[in-house]
Design a protein around this ligand. Sequence first.
Ligand code: TRP
Length: 446
Amino acid sequence: MANAEREQWSTSFGFVAAAVGSAVGLGNMWRFSYLTAEKGGAAFVGLYLIFTLLVGLPILLAEMTIGRGASRSPVLALEHYGGRSWRLLGVLFVLTGFLILSYYSVIAGWTLRYAGELLWHGVPLNPGDHFSQVSQGWPAFLFHVSFMALTMAIVAGGVKRGIERVSVIAMPVLFVFVCGLALYAATLSGSEAGYAYYLNANFTNALSMDVVVSAAGQSFFSLSLGMGAMLTFASYLSRQSDLPREAIRIAAADFGVAFVAGLMVFPIVFALGVEGDVSESTLGALFVALPEAFSSMGLVGRFVGVIFFVALIVGALTSAISLLEVVVSAAVDGWAWSRGRAVIVAGGLITLIGSFAAWDLALLDAMDQVANNILLLLGALLLSVFVGWVMKNAETELAQGAGRLNWVGVWRFLLRWWVPIVLLFVLFHSVPKTLSNVRNLVFGLD
Ligand code: TRP
């Protein structure tokens, strides 16, 4: 490909905003809270933080190093450094992107609907019934299609004029909203029980393999790792950028938003006495418990609810953009398609696959588990082996633009040994478990 024509971010903040936009999304608010509730509070959060620092950060740097070094889409970037057979890993990335975006967009569609409903008619009378009505079937499908249309419109605008322009506005707004909601939650009487639940560790829980696997999966999902999203975004960086500095900013912002989202969700849920809904902790917990809480706050609740769901939409949209961009950049670089054509074909297919998830919540759950507990972990494992063992000049490439780094040796060592061993261990436990969960979900066996 003619690299001279390749677009680049216009500022370093533009890249960080887009990458944080990719990282911060439904994963930080919806998935993080429901997993924390299900897996036992602070012990899960602690494990998730450990995975983020010791496994997530090295992989994030690995993706950024390959992406910026090759300035190509994932498939061609891997081929560039590793030869033809490594293209297959790029193909796995693109397929994972398809799978994740197709169900992610269905959930994002729910948030779109909820924000609109709260704005026009207020909180539904019975949030539980309401959720089961709108989360599946035609209503879910229509909002899924609208959300995909929005995502496609932005990606069609290109890197600078689409993705970057939206991210530099959306991310600050999201930060302000989430922090504002957390502060508001602190003023509610009875919120202490929420903090106690969220921040008190129950370590017997954290020792189960199931919790370890979920914490690992969540750290990848939340940082958008294991399928080339960060690789693709880094491919639009200039060679002067300081990768370690940007990576730390991205990881800090991502963990920060998840943590603050917990400081908002749990106090609200406990102060208004709807924790029963959350501890049942299905996919829909937040979509039932929070509206229930909002409804007992009257008009304020309606206002708070709109802010909450708008924050979710903003987060989901900037994440969806990055998922679609992986697929689009692969078609643009690999087959010399125009961006518009790639957006229409890829977006159309994803919308189609997502329709199945829109009609069947169990299928949606199964797709989420396969993507997170198998595909992202596998992608990250192969990626760390690639940068640890195959890529020749990884250290120099990482240090380019960052000055002398005396810990690059440690980074390479982590990617060679520590990360693959941890991931193999996690996969060993998660593959059989996930496959049996999926069988139960999809075929309804017990
Ligand atoms: N990180 C996003 C979230 O937390 C989701 C996401 C966007 C993602 N791009 C990704 C997950 C790539 C895995 C891989 O909501």
